[in-house]
Design a protein around this ligand. Structure first.
Ligand code: SAM
Length: 377
């Protein structure tokens, strides 16, 4: 296992280009990438220089695999799949761990999300999960789900999670886990989940997963900024496995994408705010950074950073403005979430903006899954 192909692709360098600069044939580079040959230290150093990452990062990123043999294949379900953030994140992790991942079921109620997912993954997600019986879902090893956060009613007689969480979408996750007994799951939610309803919501979730469903569970708040994406997006990740595990939540990601990597130099004029809005913004604020994303908070104050504040599905039109002048394009928003350039945009700008705002930061979740699988299986 090595990271040469992954890092090369992230830098948009072709095999031919890299092979040429490293003074080797394309075929030989392809063998290095597939791990069928071990390059000499001289070639390894050249590749590390060309790709601007350490040799360790390029060839020895296996420290969390504990030398363990993992299953060669894993099947998974993608619940509340949106436009497939978990799909990309798990694919990255599977590739790095040499696992063949297979999605056996996906679901999202939103027809535009279904359209986008189908265009990109050639399968139409099923609809409303509350209407799907567990028996309609094939067996699987792993469950992924970034579910909407809702308050649980905890009054009345509590007989178990069926009583406690019925009517919420977490209930559907729990009933599917209970019926299908996957080896592990990864759930994602907004930062507020941890404080929601005075902490009762997260407590109920953990109690159900641990005490009622019998899984070992851990959760943590992570920020996409710490995973190389220029977006401050804090999210709670909940992990569960049938066997005990100890997750190391300290991540050190070397490669940082900057706004300059994300922003297009020229964009259509339809993305520009009106002259009036631009001059009002500039009268209120001067940025220390360029490029910068200007952020308008709820009380109308403006701040700016060399990264974006969290993309939001239902945010107002000019809530984030590049250099105080223009909105992000849907493609730029997808990049801020770590979606690849190959992601096909097939729905309107308005729907894509909402989808990108709902999605998970791919790079962050990929790192978590990559570290979690070796300790969960
Ligand atoms: C936070 S988003 C998840 C986005 C996804 N993780 C991604 O990366 O694109 C939650 C998703 O749940 C979907 N959803 C809400 N209610 C649902 C239901 N009853 N059944 C299936 N999907 C539902 C929404 O349409 C939305 O796409």
């Amino acid at each position: 296992m090595n990271n040469v192909a992954k890092i090369r692709k992230e830098k948009h360098i072709t095999q031919i280009e890299l092979a040429k600069i490293a003074g080797i044939s394309r075929t030989y580079l392809s063998k290095i990438e597939k791990n069928t040959v071990t390059p000499s230290i001289v070639i390894a150093m050249k590749l590390s220089k060309m790709l601007n990452v350490s040799i360790d990062k390029l060839f020895m990123d296996i420290e969390h695999n504990h030398g363990k043999i993992l299953p060669k294949k894993m099947s998974f379900v993608d619940l509340f799949c949106g436009i497939g953030g978990f799909r990309y994140a798990s694919q990255k992790a599977f590739d790095q761990l040499n696992i063949k991942g297979k999605c056996v079921f996906s679901s999202d109620i939103d027809k535009y999300a279904q359209e986008a997912y189908e265009a990109n993954f050639s399968e139409r997600p099923a609809g409303d999960i509350t209407k799907i019986k567990a028996s309609q879902i094939p067996t699987f090893d792993l469950l992924f789900g970034g579910f909407p956060c809702q308050t649980f009613s905890i009054c009345g007689l509590r007989k178990g999670f069926e009583d406690t969480t019925r009517g919420t979408l977490f209930f559907d996750i729990a009933r599917i886990i209970k019926a299908k007994q996957p080896q592990a799951f990864v759930l994602e939610n907004v930062k507020n989940l941890a404080s929601h309803n005075n902490g009762k919501t997260i407590r109920t979730i953990i109690e159900v997963l641990r005490d009622e469903l019998g899984y070992y569970v851990d959760y943590h708040l992570l920020n996409a900024l710490d995973f190389g994406l220029p977006q401050k997006r804090e999210r709670v990740l909940i992990l569960g496995a049938k066997k005990p595990f100890k997750m190391d939540w300290n991540f050190k990601v070397e490669k940082q994408k900057t706004l300059s990597d994300i922003l297009d130099k020229v964009v259509d004029k339809k993305y520009y705010a009106s002259k009036d809005i631009i001059s009002k913004r500039k009268a209120m604020h001067t940025s220390k950074y360029y490029p910068a994303i200007w952020h308008e908070n709820k009380s109308g104050n403006i701040s700016s950073y060399p990264y974006s504040c969290a993309l939001r599905a239902g945010a107002s039109y000019n809530y984030l403005l590049v250099n105080g002048e223009r909105r992000l394009t849907p493609r730029e928003m997808l990049r801020l979430q770590g979606f690849p350039e190959t992601f096909k945009i097939v729905v309107s700008d308005c729907q894509t903006r909402k989808q990108a705002g709902n999605a998970i930061p791919v790079d962050m979740v990929a790192e978590v899954i990559k570290r979690f699988l070796p300790i969960a299986f």
